[in-house]
Design a protein around this ligand. Structure first.
Ligand SMILES: Cc1cc2nc3c(=O)[nH]c(=O)nc-3n(C[C@H](O)[C@H](O)[C@H](O)COP(=O)(O)O)c2cc1C
Length: 167
């Protein structure tokens, strides 16, 4: 699948807005992800307001890309939806990665900004949106049209592959 091999994190974006249909496609891709027992413990906040994007960029020293992005999708866990308590981070990881791959397909770029399990970052996002206790921030993904051509790395390493046994 060419999107997997042409994806690279994009942290600088053109000023161009992301069309509403493309935003919907990103969200459809997220919700197409597998989840433990099909529990789908996700909620998404779509953010285009400059003021909110700037506030969110303060979540960590590594989130400055948010301040210049035209769009971000905040990926949240809905703790009320959990049937399998230990798997929510894996479920949301799959949803986040699906969005990043769909972004490539739509000629967009984005970068996964890690929030959970770091309490301080989760708390910061909760305060920005005044979230109820049962919603917890997992990741923030700024999206937009890449300012520069993404340069994917070939990380395939045959020595990491083990057939049948680990020697
Ligand atoms: C769990 C997770 C957290 C990450 N957090 C950040 C972050 O806070 N800021 C950032 O700029 N990139 C972040 N990244 C992106 C990684 O830096 C990037 O995926 C890695 O350097 C590999 O580069 P590539 O995505 O271009 O292949 C994160 C990625 C993951 C999977």
């Amino acid at each position: 699948m060419k999107e997997i091999f042409s994806r690279a994190s994009v942290r600088k974006f053109k000023e161009r807005k992301v069309e509403r249909e493309k935003i919907e496609k990103l969200l459809q891709a997220a919700m197409a992800a597998p989840s433990a027992g099909n529990q789908q413990p996700w909620e998404f906040i779509v953010v285009e307001a400059k003021e909110t994007l700037c506030k969110l960029s303060g979540v960590s020293p590594y989130a400055r890309s948010l301040a210049e992005a035209p769009l971000a999708i905040v990926v949240l866990a809905n703790k009320k939806a959990l049937k399998y308590l230990d798997y929510w981070q894996q479920d949301l990881g799959a949803a986040t990665q699906n969005m990043l791959l769909e972004a490539v397909h739509l000629e967009l770029g984005g970068v996964w900004l890690g929030i959970a399990p770091l309490e301080e970052r989760m708390q910061y996002v909760s305060e920005v949106f005044n979230l109820p206790e049962y919603l917890q921030a997992y990741a923030i993904v700024p999206f937009g049209y890449p300012a520069n051509e993404p340069k994917p790395q070939n990380r395939y390493e045959v020595t990491r592959v083990h057939f049948e046994v680990f020697e």
